[in-house]
Design a protein around this ligand. Structure first.
Ligand SMILES: *Cc1c(COP(=O)(O)O)cnc(C)c1O
Length: 369
């Protein structure tokens, strides 16, 4: 059986060092807000190319804190609009609605699977305060056009970098350093994954950084003094220590993903299957390897691969606007987003899968009718 992603194998790649880091924290007796967080935050900020990194409990919180901080800073207020791709993981949208802001859903391009920058300007109103881009599947979603719209209309650019640790834009900037602020997730299955939940905000904005840090720590900047009604949303020392180990290997692990993707791109040959436009390797860290399966055969391909011992997943089977939690959008028509939800299938990819397994998967896929 080739599982979609074996976290056990991924952890084992750097197992000795991870175990050593965990033991160091366990035996050190200091479990929150200590040296491990400081060290990881410094190293991750440097890796991304930002002045500030604030560790927090998970990726959803990271995004929630960015919007909440802008509200506390007076940059946004509840009721304001935030432009966001319609085809994203629900967390991106939840972070906006959680703050009383209004998501304006924008269709992606079917050949890139990323937000269609041609549709953004028409959606901007006097209430628009930000554009959120999502580097979905590990692909760079930023375009110069998005940057110039932000400047023209004085909008904040917020990046959801949960799936794209180490991804670059064509100008060499690392995703997460391009916008005004970025939310990162260290969910175990992400390219940089913890052994539990974790997240971070990166930014070059000092006011935003200090506000986010306070919000994620009960709203406090000084012990027992509360400036905001925050929450407990901290990254623990064990996760920070694990992440600091894995950060050293992120570039190599991403290179392995690129090698796997290269195999897929060069050898998948089946008329039912469309691969997204191939980006230069710097612009894609292949968090996932999405394919589109036509003629309503996506679920059949999933089952066929499963029967032959290959695990695949769908990202994501129900678009946010079709979810029960957002009933008010259920009648909206977003054909590209819906097409992707109906046709997308993610093939196994990750730092621990080997050539033999990839060849086996490719042969199966090419034989599918
Ligand atoms: C994983 C993910 C998140 C949320 O991260 P958690 O750490 O699971 O809360 C947000 N946005 C996207 C695009 C994600 O893939």
């Amino acid at each position: 059986m080739i599982s979609f992603l074996s976290l056990k194998d991924v952890t084992a790649l750097h197992g000795a060092e991870i175990n050593e880091a965990v033991s160091r924290v366990v035996n050190g007796g200091w479990y929150l807000q200590g040296k491990e967080n400081e060290k990881f935050e410094t190293n991750y900020a440097q890796f991304i190319g930002c002045k500030y990194c604030i560790g927090c409990a998970n990726g959803l919180d990271a995004l929630i804190w960015i919007f909440r901080a802008y509200i506390e800073m007076g940059v946004m207020q509840p009721g304001d609009e935030v432009i966001v791709p319609a085809n994203t993981y629900i967390a991106t949208i939840l972070a906006i609605t959680e703050n009383g802001l209004k998501p304006i859903l924008i269709e992606p391009k079917v050949n890139t699977l990323e937000i269609d920058d041609n549709l953004i300007e028409a959606a901007i109103t006097p209430k628009t305060k930000a554009i959120t881009i999502v580097h979905l599947y590990g692909r760079d979603a930023y375009t110069e056009k998005i940057g110039s719209l932000c400047r023209k209309y004085n909008l904040k650019l917020i990046e959801d970098n949960a799936q794209a640790h180490g991804c670059k834009h064509t100008d060499g900037r690392i995703t997460g350093s391009i916008g005004d602020a970025a939310g990162h997730s260290f969910y175990p299955g992400k390219n940089l994954g913890a052994l539990g939940d974790g997240g971070a905000v990166t930014t070059n904005d000092y006011d935003l950084a200090t506000t986010v840090r306070a919000l994620a720590n009960y709203g406090s900047q000084k012990k027992y003094v509360f400036k905001y009604t925050g929450r407990n949303s901290r990254l623990d020392e064990i996760q920070a220590a694990v992440l600091d180990v894995k950060l050293k290997y992120l570039v190599d692990d991403n290179a392995h993903r690129k090698m796997v993707a290269n195999y897929y791109y060069n050898h998948i040959n089946n008329n039912l299957i469309t691969l997204p436009d191939r980006l230069n390797d710097d612009l894609n860290v292949y968090h996932l390897f999405p394919i589109l399966v036509s003629e309503g055969k996506r679920d059949a391909l999933h089952d066929y691969l499963e029967q032959n011992g290959v695990g695949t997943m769908i990202h994501y089977p129900i678009a946010p606007h079709k979810q029960e939690c957002y009933k008010e959008w259920n009648s909206m028509r977003l054909p590209i987003t819906e097409q992707i939800a109906n046709e997308e299938l993610s093939l196994p990819i990750g730092p621990s899968i080997n050539e033999e397994e990839i060849n086996y998967i490719i042969n199966l896929i090419n034989g599918f009718k």
